[in-house]
Design a protein around this ligand. Sequence first.
Ligand code: OAD
Length: 238
Amino acid sequence: MKKKKIVVLTGAGVSAESGIKTFRDSNGLWENYPVEDVASIEGWYRDRALVLAFYNARRREVAATQPNAAHLAIASLEKDYDVTVVTQNIDNLHERAGSSDIIHLHGEITKVRPENCYNERDGFSVKHVKDIGYRDINIGDLSDDGVQLRPHIVWFGEPVPNIEKAAEEVEKADCMLIVGTSMQVYPAAGLYLYAGSSTSIYIIDPKDVPLRDSRICHIKDVATHGMERFIEIIKKEL
Ligand code: OAD
């Protein structure tokens, strides 16, 4: 029998219990770093060294952390369901937890691309994207063509090449699960609108949810405990 499809949209909150800071919670990253300096294309051309230092720190942080029980629970859903993870996170904790179908909307911290390769709709011409693992990127680190390397991250002011692929997956979902995102950044925050009228939508977040939609069920909890509750519910529903 064909497995039912679950699309899981995750944000920084799913990695919070691994020790990675979220962006907009108190003492979150955007309270300590001006977002327009470190996460915009204008910021990059203004001060590349500052941006590289910010992402080098993020990369070291990811190297030092482990997937938590929520990442593992999401990966375990694959035993019974056809699962696509759509993540806004740049960390690799879903991969390391064992999820096999992952769409990164905002890039990946362990990858680089030349700085002149940023606005293509085809996934940044994947041939230009290279793995660097957990190494720092510095000024003077160049591509084979002699162009300064930049983190493979989607910054404010840049298109989100994977959004259409993600929307197509949401359209096919029998259930959508949203974990740990403030739903403030578009187009990711609008993805649930692609879900069918009979698709159930669960949101796991310890804070109130700003969305008004009769399909939404809010599991008001942290990701690890919330995933335990979700798995109990979904076993009965799908
Ligand atoms: P935010 O920091 O905006 O939101 C994090 C969400 O996680 C909030 O709703 C928190 O309540 C929730 N949260 C905190 N701890 C949690 C826990 N233990 N379990 C579950 N939820 C928890 O992060 P995002 O929504 O991911 O983009 O931010 C979206 C985008 O904005 C990011 O991808 C990043 C940022 O600017 C770029 O940098 C391009």
